[in-house]
Design a protein around this ligand. Structure first.
Ligand SMILES: [Zn+2]
Length: 184
């Protein structure tokens, strides 16, 4: 999969993604992004892809996650007891397998992941970049519900490229969490 030019969401999935990620604030929320396999096959640098469904996940950050990732996983080396769910997220690998199986059976594919930065901007952190294991789509929602999408290229993870998000027509500031510049 190459960097898409833009992404869009089917139906109300953008709203669902936003609220499910922010529901666990001040902890980071996370989800998997599922889209059409056919669109992946035809993807080109000019393409845009459609998120057909969101797979909400529990933030599985905590010492017990190490039991499931195997001793060779990068998580073991990067583990830091100072981090909490307020500053880190991890999706349980077993949940990823479930999502992949579910998607494959419907001719869909897991396209990437989404998470929230309840205390910061919607920009990938250095940890986000270091942990990206392959080229992937990463969506980040900030504390005000603003969404930004990024393409992380394997080998160039220090320079994530932003991907335009095509907002549905009903999207306006009234749908977002009231921020410092909100009217209401
Ligand atoms: Zn992050």
């Amino acid at each position: 999969m190459k960097k898409p030019r833009m992404i869009e969401f089917a139906n109300d999935w953008l709203t669902i993604l936003r609220w499910s990620l922010l529901a666990v604030a001040p902890e980071e929320g996370c989800a998997l992004l599922i889209g059409s396999q056919n669109q992946l096959k035809g993807v080109s640098p000019d393409s845009h892809i459609k998120i057909e469904m969101i797979w909400p996940c529990c933030n599985a950050w905590g010492p017990t996650i190490l039991q499931f990732v195997g001793s060779s996983n990068a998580l073991n080396d990067l583990w830091n007891d100072q981090w909490t769910k307020r500053t880190r997220f991890v999706i349980d690998p077993r949940e990823q397998l479930h999502a992949q199986k579910w998607a494959r059976e419907r001719n869909l594919e897991v396209l990437g992941s989404a998470h929230s930065h309840p205390n910061g901007e919607g920009i990938p952190s250095s940890t986000d970049l270091n942990w990206a294991s392959s080229s992937e789509l990463m969506i980040i929602i900030d504390q005000f519900g603003q969404i930004r999408a990024w393409w992380l290229e394997r080998g160039h993870t220090l320079h994530p490229k932003e991907v335009k998000v095509l907002k549905p027509r009903y999207e306006d500031r009234r749908n977002l969490i009231a921020g410092p510049n909100a009217n209401e």
